[in-house]
Write a protein that binds this ligand. Structure first.
Ligand code: DGJ
Length: 786
């Protein structure tokens, strides 16, 4: 709901409210963002006016040695006013929302209210992707402010099916002279308290999304990227929360930009214990020449509030991303189980090898075969050929089309890897168009993975790529594309732009990327596009507007993956996070983990395989076959259900619950075995208290003495007619085991939990070692009984 009552504006989602007002001076005073305050479309206007009047800040004194806005408004001290947007020069000395350099060299702006418009539905942006909504589930408020000839639009999109408000801004130059925009943020939130913490998701290649909390004090906390990508160093998603917030309680604000380039979020308390959070394009690497008659759009930011802790916030964001970010035919369609050739063969691929792998994949139940890097031109390592997208005839005698046909004849879908944004200097494309790559003329270039970034700020480059990849994707029956991007920016420079506009390069690159992704995803709506940037170097909502899923990390080690996937789960639904079972010793960590754990962890993302199946023994292949069959039975719950973190530490517990709360899959994962620990229980969340559920597990045997090796065998515990797992269980060998199999009410399950059975009295060496071996895990299945 959006309402205007006098000078007050109210925005309300089912569980949150947001309010601001136009002051006498024309500034926008922020009044409130938090839990819903009970306003409805029926609330009489006089009540709203009196409620809101209580929220406005009462000021009567001139503000010490601070700046008074003007002679008529001596008590208006912008340094201590909660505002919807702020700028430099009129007394607000905090980090500003915008900064504009005028032709006379001054940087003082003062944007004041001009008009406002409320409409139903969700409008789109011209140059950037955004959330989407219909007339039925979204309303929009656009507030227009003016400073001389410049017009600033603030757009608030309120979603009626979840507690999300999207915000964005747009600057128009209606004057006769150009101005330089040094920063234009997407959203500002001024809170009237201090003592907040900012949860950041920090990392690096193969170590993505490590959550840590930083106290927000009077020194500015900044989460930013200058890599040209949203980056694995600092994901653009942040949570501003009370220090006592936990998984199930505590105030949490989530912010996530729908943007894939250099971003910036700052948080800082001022001298009056108010906290400001700003988020938008990183001003450090940005400067924009705004000509008369031109408009600059800042990316949309998703904001959400939950009084229910991190889990509550994740619930809101998961729903929002699924319903209002991801789009197209794959939005709710089951994602196929794939096998990717990368860790199976790296660059050393050819048709015979790939078909052998595809056949083995088909035999264990894989649905989609993906040919990764190494298939084109002279690509035998990472030093050449990016840019030349013709199949290598020695590796693929029948070309991509020939291989795709043969893979399809095996009964599998076919997918391909591409890296459109890059070029190797050893390539025909570079030789023909050296000026298309991003480097500084006359200066040596710093390399990243032996490749250079194509200058997507140049429309000619983008049009070339649209043509070239339209040809490629039309040339064969391709149903999946992995879109990779394997280096960060250095030597940022566009030959297309004049010297005084080089500050636009990074943002124009992102706009060019969106033009390219938009054109190809529109031209090939049936293809499932998966984003990738050396794993999770560009895991963000901008990419998710085009690619319903993203390769979350090049790290396929199950132990690391538990942490990485859990990190993503704070802000992203798990059906956006792809996860593969790979070989052991793991290629990134050299760690050995049970095959079953690799499956259990990967099954909570979108499941895939990335290993040479020919290296596996019959037992392992049988296990994989059974696990894939099990996954397919529970795929809808795992991919479309609601994911919750239940516990983390040495033992992690997760659960995924179907929308109707009748089915759920839980997981317990133990990092290291400790002897003589407490008995564990499993206390699900998200179920229906009033239903009765059967809670059971499939146990597995671990007997080092018998096999002389680590061998896991899935054993059926309970074969029950009409059970979802009945058919799969029938294929397993029966082994005696202590397992869970109880029927219990949702209320007991969620309030008290189920005491878990120890696994076979431990490892066999020490019966006090109760749960699995190191890196062991178990799935729990929960089915409502009629
Ligand atoms: C990086 C990706 O993250 C990998 O999965 C793989 O596709 C390689 N690039 C191929 O070069």
């Amino acid at each position: 709901m959006i309402r205007r009552a006098g000078d007050f504006f109210l925005l309300q989602t089912p569980g949150t409210a947001y309010a601001f007002r136009v002051m006498e001076t024309g500034h926008l005073e922020h009044l409130y963002y938090g839990a819903a305050l009970g306003w409805t479309t029926e609330t009489p206007e006089h009540q709203i006016l009196s409620d809101c009047a209580a929220l406005t800040e009462k000021r009567v004194f001139e503000p010490g040695n601070s700046i008074a806005y003007d002679r008529e408004h001596k008590a208006v001290n912008l340094e201590d006013l909660r505002q919807e947007i702020s700028s430099r020069g009129k007394g607000d000395i905090r980090d500003p929302f915008l900064e504009i350099r005028y032709p006379d060299g001054s940087v003082t702006s003062d944007f004041l209210f001009d008009s406002a418009e409320i409409r139903t539905g969700k409008t789109s942006m011209e140059t950037l992707p955004g959330a989407w909504g219909t007339e039925a589930d979204a309303e929009e408020l656009t507030v227009t402010l003016k400073d001389r000839d410049l017009t600033l639009e603030l757009c608030y999109s309120v979603f009626l099916d979840c507690d999300v408000i999207c915000r964005r801004s747009r600057l128009y130059n209606g004057g006769d002279d150009p101005v330089t925009v040094e920063r234009l943020m997407s959203a500002q939130l001024d809170l009237d308290t201090d003592g907040w913490e900012l949860a950041l998701f920090h990392g690096a290649w193969a170590r993505e999304m490590d959550k840590h909390d930083v106290s927000v004090g009077t020194a500015r906390v900044v989460n930013a990227s200058v890599t040209g990508t949203s980056s694995n160093r600092n994901n653009p998603f942040v949570i501003l929360h009370r220090p006592d917030a936990g998984e199930s309680a505590g105030a949490c604000y989530g912010f996530n930009l729908i943007y894939s380039g250099n971003h910036y979020t700052s948080a800082q308390a001022n001298a009056y214990r108010k906290t400001r959070l700003l988020t938008g394009i990183n001003p450090e690497t940005f400067s924009w020449h705004l000509e008369p008659g031109q408009t600059l759009e800042a990316p949309e930011v998703v904001t959400a509030f939950s009084p229910g802790g991190f889990r509550g916030l994740s619930r809101i964001l998961h729903h929002f991303v699924r319903e209002h970010i991801v789009r197209g035919v794959w939005q709710h369609k089951p994602r196929p189980v794939l096998l990717n050739s990368w860790e199976a063969a790296y660059f050393d691929i050819n048709e015979t090898k790939l078909l052998r792998l595809a056949r083995a994949a088909r035999d264990v139940g894989v649905e989609l075969f993906v040919m990764d890097d190494g298939w084109f031109a002279d690509r035998s390592d990472d030093s050449r050929s990016l840019g030349d997208w013709d199949a290598n005839p020695k590796k693929l005698p029948g070309g991509v089309a020939g291989l795709a046909k043969k893979v399809r004849e095996l009964g599998l879908d076919f997918g391909i890897w591409i890296e459109p944004e890059m070029v190797n200097t050893d390539s025909d494309l570079y030789r023909a168009h050296p000026e298309w790559s991003m480097d500084i003329p006359g200066r040596p270039h710093s390399e990243g993975r032996n490749q250079r970034v194509l200058d997507l700020s140049n429309p000619e480059v983008v049009e070339h790529l649209i043509r070239r990849f339209t040809e490629l994707l039309s040339s064969a029956e391709i149903s999946y594309v992995k879109w990779d991007m394997n280096r960060i920016f250095s030597d940022v420079y566009s030959r297309y732009l004049p010297p005084d506009r080089q500050g636009e390069t990074a943002h124009r690159y992102v706009m060019g990327l969106y033009r390219l992704m938009g054109a190809l995803t529109e031209r090939f709506p049936e293809i499932l596009f998966e984003g990738c940037a050396s794993g999770g170097n560009r895991f963000d909502l901008g990419i998710l507007c085009y690619c319903p899923q993203i390769w979350a990390s090049d790290n396929t080690d199950a132990v690391c993956r538990v942490h990485i996937q859990e990190g993503y789960s704070y802000g992203y639904p798990m059906n956006c996070v792809t996860s593969h079972v790979s070989a052991c010793p793991n290629h990134q960590t050299l760690r050995e983990t049970p095959l079953m754990t690799r499956f259990n962890v990967a099954a909570f993302g979108v499941l895939g395989y990335e290993m040479n199946l020919a290296d596996l023994n019959r037992g392992e292949l049988d296990e994989i076959r059974n696990e894939i069959a099990l996954y397919k039975l529970w795929r809808e719950v795992l991919q479309q259900g609601d994911f919750y973190r239940i516990q983390h530490g040495n033992i992690h517990k997760w659960i995924c619950v179907s929308k109707d709360k009748r089915l759920a899959v839980g997981m317990m994962f133990q990092q290291m075995v400790w002897p003589n620990t407490q008995y564990e229980n499993f206390r699900p969340v998200g179920l229906d208290e009033n239903l009765r559920y059967r809670f059971y597990s499939l146990s597995y045997k671990f007997d080092i003495r018998e096999f002389g090796d680590l061998v896991n065998t899935v054993a059926p515990i309970h074969i029950r007619q009409n059970s979802l797992v009945h058919n799969v269980l029938a294929k397993f060998v029966s082994l005696p085991a202590e397992v869970e199999d109880v029927t219990v009410s949702g209320s007991v399950l969620m309030k008290a939990g189920v005491k878990l059975a120890p696994a076979y009295g431990g490892t066999g060496f020490n019966e006090q070692t109760r749960y699995f071996q190191d890196f062991g895990s178990r799935l729990y299945f929960i089915e409502a009984v009629d």
